[in-house]
Design a protein around this ligand. Structure first.
Ligand SMILES: [Mg+2]
Ligand SMILES: [Zn+2]
Length: 206
């Protein structure tokens, strides 16, 4: 059984990309755009890809500034390092290698990462997408295309996890992903942190 972990809001306690946007973009600019994008995503009039592209076009600071801020601020959920050591999970994220890997290094964790990359241009960051073709199931370039073959346990919290979670054999979910799976009447188990997850896995093994 292979473990697939979302990064933002799943491994990390808060969404790292949102933290960066809220720190480096003027709220007078960011807040109305975020409200518009959230409404569009909920109504299905805008794709998750378009949301991310619009958000990151607002970011104009150099990558080292953002990495330094994130390495100082971001917290990972309890038990992550021990979980990674024991289960060798794949981190599958729609955020960026450039912002994920320095936090893994801080935690002393070596883990496989499949994520997007970003060109941090001073006139607005440009995302370099890992998946550039639309998914046959959800119609967006989503995480499902990056899932490995075989039996999967998926751990996630948000919008970008929906399609991939539906393809997994077992799902641990929190927050928006849990509400989505409730609405879809799909089975999942609650996820709070990696100590709880490890205990839940152990209780099923006996
Ligand atoms: Mg997430
Ligand atoms: Zn999909």
């Amino acid at each position: 059984m292979e473990f697939i972990l979302d990064w933002d809001g799943t491994v990390t306690e808060r969404d790292t990309l949102l933290l960066a946007l809220q720190h480096f973009v003027d709220p007078a600019v960011l807040d109305p755009i975020e409200a518009e994008l959230d409404a569009g995503l909920a109504a299905g009039t805008i794709t998750h890809r378009e949301v991310m592209e619009r958000e990151f076009s607002l970011l104009t600071v150099p990558m080292p500034d953002v990495v330094a801020f994130l390495v100082e601020k971001v917290r990972v959920r309890p038990g992550f390092a021990a979980f990674a050591e024991r289960f060798d999970p794949l981190i599958l994220s729609s955020s960026f290698h450039e912002t994920i890997e320095p936090i893994l290094a801080r935690e002393g964790v070596t883990a496989r990462v499949r994520a997007n990359r970003v060109d941090p241009r001073h006139d607005g960051w440009r995302i370099r997408w890992i998946a550039d073709s639309d998914c046959a199931t959800c119609g967006e370039p989503c995480k499902r295309a990056s899932l490995p073959a075989g039996a999967l346990t998926y751990v996630g919290d948000g919008y970008s996890d929906r399609c991939a979670a539906l393809a997994a054999d077992r799902v641990f979910a929190r927050d928006g992903l849990a509400r989505y799976l409730d609405a879809e009447q799909r089975r999942y188990e609650p996820f709070t942190d990696f100590s709880q997850l490890t205990a839940a896995l152990a209780s099923r093994e006996v």
